[in-house]
Each structure stands twice: as C-alpha cells, then as structure tokens.
Design a protein around this ligand. Structure first.
Ligand code: G
Ligand code: MN
Length: 244
C-alpha cells in the first residue's frame, strides 16, 4: 500500500511548525516544540491529531522528516532548545540513538539542544528497552521529556527509575483549577529528582499565573503563542519577539 504521508512529504505538503516554550520566571523563550503540519490539498492545514487518527499507516517517514527538519531549522537559531515528539515504537528501537546522532549531526545541531518528547506509555510498554535507550541518549547529551503527563492514569513511580530531564503536564490538568495543589506538590517532587516541569496548553492569564505560582519551570500554550512556521520563529528571534 502506498503511504499517503510519504507521498505528502515527497509533494512538499508536509511542514514543521514551532510553538515556544516560555521560561516561567523571566518570560523568555527557552525553546520551541516542533509540530508536524500537513498543507492538505483538500482539508487545509492539519495537525497529527487530524491526519493520524484513522490511519494505520506507518509514521516512520513522517517521523524522520520532522526530526531532520526540526534539527536543521534549530541549528540556525541561537542557543535555544528544540523539542521533537517521538512515537513509542521509534523509541523502543535500539539503533534509535544512532539515528538521532546521525540526523542531528547532518543538520549541524548540537545534541544538547535536542529534547525528545515521549509519551509515558512508551516507557511502560517495555521499560527495560526504553530505559536502555534513554540512558544512551542522555549520555549523548540529548534531553528526554515525558509528554502529556497526568492524563488519566499516570505512573509517577516509573519516573524514579528513568533518566528523565523534563515532565510536560497535560493540558487537562493545567486547565483544572482544582489541580493546582497537586501540581505544586508534584513540582516539588520532580525538582527533588532533578527534573524540570513544563505546563502545556496554557490559554489564559489566570492559568499562567497559577502555573508560575505552582513552580512550573516552563509554560507553553496559546496564551503565549500558537504554533507558527519556521520562518516566523526566525523573524521572532531576529526582531526580539516583534512580528508583522
Ligand atoms: O501531544 P502534544 O503535547 O505534543 O500536542 C501538542 C499539540 O497541542 C499541538 O498540536 C498544539 O497545536 C496543541 N496546543 C498547543 N498549545 C495549546 C493550547 O494552549 N490549547 C490547546 N487546546 N491546544 C494547544
Ligand atoms: Mn509534545
């Protein structure tokens, strides 16, 4: 079967957009998360939630495309991080750290500016394999973030045993006003373990204040900026944040 994603990449319809991650105490941009966007000829500009839902297609081509593009875009930026989402099966694949080194190397991106975002269940499915891959990546200088944390059932105990650099709190708890005590407590625990925290999906000033007060290190969400194309990132950096 022909892979529609591979065809879209070949046709130049696939793009990578970026959303800033803001340092909570200074409100400075610390880095950007890379997000795949498909300029679909009929459906318009759509994200993975829309184009990956019903398809059973292999996302390998897409994953390689996003990683390579994100690394080469980020290599141009000053000393800012780039976060790239990684699928569970990619992660469990043992040559993965070598692939990462090759892709970042070809793009000229230092490995300590790359952060891979993985879902918690990537670690759960095969903890030993996942841990081995994480350890190698950390040794190479690559940072590991756990994405969408706190959604449904989270397995906090797992984190104790994994070389995780950052935890990204799911939007569902960030927007829940009753969750702030839990978040503050969780941030304390994570900091004690040497992990940083990002609050995702911040859409209002009240949420931003609550996440600052809870001690989250970074914030990301529509309140600060929506994802935008790579050239807009460069313009924002060059123009000191202003854009037209
Ligand atoms: O699963 P992950 O956290 O990587 O998903 C990121 C997605 O969340 C992106 O597609 C992005 O467009 C979306 N997103 C980013 N910020 C916000 C926000 O403030 N509100 C909502 N509803 N979605 C957001
Ligand atoms: Mn993510």
């Amino acid at each position: 079967m022909t892979n529609a994603l591979a065809k879209a990449i070949a046709a130049g319809e696939m793009d990578v957009w970026y959303q800033p991650q803001i340092e909570s105490t200074t409100l400075r941009i610390a880095g950007f998360e890379a997000l795949a966007r498909w300029n679909h000829p009929e459906r318009g500009c759509i994200g993975p939630a829309e184009f990956l839902d019903q398809s059973e297609e292999s996302i390998e081509d897409l994953a390689a495309f996003v990683l390579a593009r994100a690394c080469s875009d980020a290599a141009l930026w000053p000393d800012l991080m780039v976060g790239v989402n990684v699928a569970p099966h990619q992660f469990a694949h043992s040559p993965f750290p070598d692939d990462i080194a090759a892709i970042a190397g070809a793009a000229g991106l230092p490995l300590d500016r790359l952060e891979l975002e993985i879902l918690e269940n990537a670690a759960l499915e095969n903890p030993d394999a996942a841990r081995a891959v994480m350890v190698r990546l950390r040794e190479m200088g690559v940072r590991i973030a756990i994405d969408d944390f706190g959604q449904g059932h989270s397995h906090e105990f797992l984190l104790l045993d994994l070389p995780v650099s950052k935890i990204k709190l799911a939007r569902s708890i960030v927007i829940d006003p009753t969750a702030s005590d839990w978040i503050a407590e969780f941030v304390g625990m994570a900091h004690a373990l040497g992990m940083e925290i990002t609050a995702e999906g911040v859409e209002t000033q009240a949420q931003a204040k609550a996440m600052q007060a809870a001690g989250c290190d970074y914030m990301q969400g529509f309140y600060f900026a929506r994802p935008s194309p790579g050239r807009d990132v460069v313009r924002a950096i060059v123009g000191g944040g202003a854009n037209t």
